[in-house]
Write a protein that binds this ligand. Structure first.
Ligand code: PLP
Length: 419
């Protein structure tokens, strides 16, 4: 059976209904989740690899020397990171001393780690001094000074704030640079001071980094081109740079009127800007790799009409996946075993005592009853990794599906937030 009409646009290989049952990565979701009391995150490791592979292929197709780091802040589930390493993903982008240690523990060699924190703690500076092969993208002058004191002679990268933002549906909330002054990166007008600071501490700037926002789809590619132009202008001022890291920010569709990002055009823009320069291109996607490769399965706690609105209360809330509530990045609810009957507008609520804890409003869903399970698609990124124990409702379990055999369920699935 195809996806029901209300969600047919999310159907793909590995995510569809078979004989009326939702299947994900070849597994029956309801049957799998039935073994657990708590919310369950499922991750399709091969989908994540395919997503990352598509990015690499687009860059390779333009003859660009490149490396693809996965931004582990989006999802640091160890079995998934290990699967990526085994699957040939170049490396990880990390943003704290703790993530750096975790990346090393997952078996990524220092030369396959890119570090881009906002600011630089003493602990992170000490690690970067100990591991000179890690690319350190510094985004404040204070960070340059701090690392310079500890590791004179080291190579560093600078994170540029291009002064132009780019984000999903042009959301200001998801842009890391742009109209309002942001904390991220070094503005072009401060670049000379940063270069002088590096020189004073004997540091050589060999990498230039920029991450200008999240969720870029095809309509944002013109703005993305403006970001690239700003990076190219920065490159002109940094003669020792050999690696240009364009950050993450590649988006996935969240709604039926979003189209998938035109990766060919994205790569064309990069090639047009950098192909004739003697630099390697790096990217560090998070969402594009994992968002649609994972989802959260919740149980229906209640179904109740309130002033004509059908509320379906689920046993997990925005503390497990904040993006729908915080950023308006919609997740797509799919009943695991849809009941026959007419579609009705439905509001899906979480179990947290906060007014913004609503998963989706007025989505057309078939009849639904207490105890049913609902999968929320597009919760593979920035969900478990950002979860909290708000209301002490933070429990969940997490699993990796990889390969065809059920025995490849990660035996060390993580039970999150028990405290
Ligand atoms: C420096 C940096 N790189 C990469 C990413 C990954 O971004 P995305 O998940 O949008 O690809 C982020 C996200 O916040 C970031 O801050």
């Amino acid at each position: 059976m195809l996806m029901p009409a209300f969600s047919s646009w999310v159907e793909r290989d590995g995510l569809c209904y078979r004989a009326g049952r939702l299947t994900f990565a070849g597994r029956d979701v309801a049957a799998f989740a039935a073994a657990f009391d708590e919310p369950v995150f499922l991750h399709d490791g091969d989908r994540a690899l395919a997503n990352l592979g598509r990015i690499g292929a687009a860059l390779a197709g333009r003859g660009l020397r490149h490396r693809v780091y996965f931004a582990m802040k989006a999802n640091r589930f160890r079995p998934l990171l290990s699967h990526m390493r085994a699957g040939g993903v170049f490396g990880l982008d990390v943003c704290s001393a703790e993530e750096l240690r975790e990346a090393l523990a997952c078996g990524f060699a220092p030369e396959r780690i890119s570090f881009t924190a906002h600011g630089l703690t003493a602990a992170a500076a000490a690690l970067l001094a100990a591991f000179p092969a890690i690319v350190a993208n510094l985004d404040t002058i204070s960070a340059i000074r701090r690392l310079g004191r500890l590791a004179p002679g080291r190579e560093i990268g600078l994170r540029l704030n291009p002064g132009v933002g780019v984000a999903y549906r042009d959301s200001e909330l998801l842009a890391y640079s742009g109209a309002s002054v942001s904390k991220f990166g070094i503005y072009p007008e401060h670049l000379d001071a940063a270069i002088a600071c590096a020189r004073d501490h004997g540091l050589t700037v060999t990498a230039l980094h920029c991450h200008a926002g999240c969720g870029v789809l095809t309509p944002q590619l013109d703005a993305y081109a403006r970001v690239l132009a700003a990076v190219a202008a920065g490159l002109d001022r940094l003669p020792d740079v050999r690696l240009v890291n364009l950050g993450g920010g590649l988006g996935v569709p969240h709604r039926d009127d979003d189209a998938a990002l035109d990766l060919a055009r994205w790569a064309d823009l990069i090639a047009a800007t950098f192909a004739r320069r003697d630099v390697e291109i790096a990217v560090e996607p998070g969402d594009y790799a994992v968002k649609d490769a994972g989802f959260l399965v919740l149980r229906v706690n209640y179904v109740e009409e309130k002033r004509g609105v059908r509320f379906v209360g689920l046993d997990g809330g925005f503390n497990l996946a904040i993006e729908p509530a915080f950023y308006g990045l919609a997740c797509v609810p799919l009943p695991c075993l849809p009941r026959p009957g007419p579609l009705r507008p439905t509001t899906l609520a979480g179990n947290i005592n906060e007014a913004l804890d609503i998963w989706a409003r007025d989505v057309a869903l078939p009849p639904i009853e207490e105890g049913d399970r609902v999968a929320l698609v597009n919760t593979g990124g920035y969900s478990a990794s950002m979860s909290s124990n708000h209301c002490m409702n933070g429990r969940f379990r997490e699993f990796l599906f990889a390969g065809a055999a059920p025995s490849s369920y990660a035996p060390t699935s993580q039970a999150g937030r028990q405290q």
